[in-house]
Design a protein around this ligand. Structure first.
Ligand code: PLP
Length: 389
């Protein structure tokens, strides 16, 4: 009965753990959760106010598929001011989040057998979204010794005449690693002269630490600008996961038009209220709120990294961005799913196994939760690995 396409998709491997955590909570067990992929902060007040005003003003009708002119203009402003990227209004599409950007892009671009390169560990959605197109996933494995970043040489070896797209994610979920300008320039050199396009997922752009400056992939050179589709949104950086606001900018007009066509026949425009609510964030009016959250995340990261690295046998690299640690458990377990399942069942601590992100021997620990839970959770993990066999 089902389409062959839908049967290509797998259920998330983390579902088993999430379901188990829920069941344990329902049974009255106290669960400390470090599996969240969203900030624990509330959306800034100015954004809520803009939404309320939109409702009261009756801004409640369909808008253009790519978004109302005011919000598209605000995205254009943001990309020019913060990312040094100049786009036409027609290059920009707003949508319900990076997930929709990636879905529309891959549906519009990838044919069966086309190759898509994804650095591994990857964000869980990338392989699934590629599978749905019939495209072939080409993973480039990285590990903590390489800071979880691909090298120009690895990229060169992965490219064939069938390669259509490279998905880059910096700062990364699940590792928190951030590509420097120099590292991006190295990758750009390899791409020059090829037909490979780049999807640059910049969702965590505002969450960078240690005084680092974020660099947008498309800003590296004219050549990179022409081949890059910049994907971003407000979910993570402005604590707006539930509002569903994302956007992409693509200078390849044929491709942008096709993505708009697909959106026009599926979801149409995003919620008109959310469009209005996004404007203050895009215009920089909540920058102080964003900075407060960033500073708090950096403080928690410092605490968590220090505590993990005090545990004998465990190690974690200090990530420069996002709100995750990718903790190396290779001294204890080859099977990260078993490790995380036992950690949850025996100790009530929820984390996400590395295998869900394509890399065994790690777990992902989200520090998007309060400091005292972080301290308590890591101390429990310390106890757990001491007796792990
Ligand atoms: C790397 C990355 N990209 C995109 C998303 C999804 O973002 P959105 O809420 O805009 O769909 C996530 C969410 O976990 C993510 O981690």
């Amino acid at each position: 009965m089902l389409s062959s396409r839908i049967q290509l998709l797998s259920e998330s491997m983390t579902l088993a753990i999430t379901a188990l955590a829920k069941q344990m909570k329902a049974d009255g067990r106290e669960i400390l959760s470090f599996s969240a992929g969203e900030p624990d902060f509330d959306t800034p007040q100015a954004i809520k106010n803009a939404a309320i005003t939109a409702i009261m003003d009756g801004f409640t009708k369909y808008t253009a598929v790519a978004g109302c002119p005011e919000v598209v203009k605000a995205v254009k402003f943001k990309l020019r001011k913060e990312n040094n990227l100049i786009y036409d209004m027609g290059d920009i599409i707003t949508n319900v989040g990076a997930k929709q950007s990636l879905f529309n892009l891959t549906q519009a671009l990838i044919n069966e057998g086309d190759e898509v390169i994804i650095p591994t560990p990857y964000w869980v959605t990338y392989p699934e979204i590629i599978k749905y197109t019939g495209g072939k996933i080409i993973e480039i494995q990285t590990d903590d010794s390489a800071g979880f970043k691909i090298t120009p040489e690895q990229l060169k070896n992965a490219i064939t005449d069938k390669t259509k797209l490279l998905i880059l994610n910096s700062p990364s979920n699940p590792t928190g690693s951030v590509y420097s300008k120099k590292e991006l320039e190295g990758l750009a050199k390899v791409l020059k002269g090829t037909k490979v396009l780049v999807a640059s997922d910049e969702m965590y752009e505002k969450l960078v630490y240690d005084g680092l400056k974020f660099t947008s992939t498309a800003s590296i050179s004219e050549d990179m600008y022409k081949r890059t589709i910049t994907i971003n949104g407000l979910s993570k950086s402005v604590a707006m996961t539930g509002w569903r606001f994302g956007y992409l900018a693509c200078p390849i007009r044929e491709l942008t038009t096709s993505m708009k066509k697909l959106q026009s026949q599926s979801t149409s425009n995003i919620n008109s209220i959310t469009q209005k609510a996004a404007i203050p964030a895009l215009l920089g009016e909540v920058d102080k709120d964003i900075e407060k959250m960033r500073v708090e995340f950096e403080k928690r990261r410092n605490i968590a990294v220090e505590l993990f690295n005090q545990i004998e046998g465990l190690s974690v690299i200090n990530p420069n961005g996002a709100f995750y640690l990718f903790v190396n458990i290779k001294n204890f377990a080859d099977n990260s799913l078993d490790f995380c399942k036992r950690l949850l069942e025996e100790k009530g601590v929820a984390t996400v196994p590395g295998v869900s992100f394509g890399s065994e021997g790690y777990f992902r620990f989200s520090f998007a939760t309060d400091e005292s839970s972080i301290r308590k959770g890591i101390s429990i993990i310390k106890d757990f690995v001491k007796n792990y066999n």
